[in-house]
Design a protein around this ligand. Structure first.
Ligand SMILES: [Cu+2]
Length: 95
């Protein structure tokens, strides 16, 4: 999925997955919106920049956060205990 003109990426988070798991955005500030359709909390953390949490959404809620990234390939994951090992992760291409 490509980011829109505002460099915004929308990801659905459920129990326990992201949809989509592969997203692309342009260099600069990237706005992530996490739509949590699950019954537990989820977040989105970018690994390569020091495991920074970009956005956190409580169960059933939608939240947004922004991160500025250089061109490259990044890994994102949910830091709620057990979620990453259950497969809640994805890849972000910036450039
Ligand atoms: Cu999660």
């Amino acid at each position: 999925m490509e980011a829109d003109a505002d460099n915004a990426v929308v990801i659905e988070a459920g129990d326990i997955y992201y949809e989509p798991e592969a997203v692309a955005a342009a260099t600069g500030p990237i706005r992530f919106t996490l739509e949590n359709v699950g019954v537990v909390e989820h977040d989105l953390v970018v690994e390569e920049v020091g495991d920074v949490e970009v956005v956190h959404a409580e169960a059933g809620e939608t939240a947004s956060g922004t991160i500025e990234l250089e061109p490259g390939t990044y890994t994102f994951y949910c830091s709620i205990e057990g979620h990453r090992t259950a497969g809640q992760g994805g890849r972000l291409e910036v450039g």
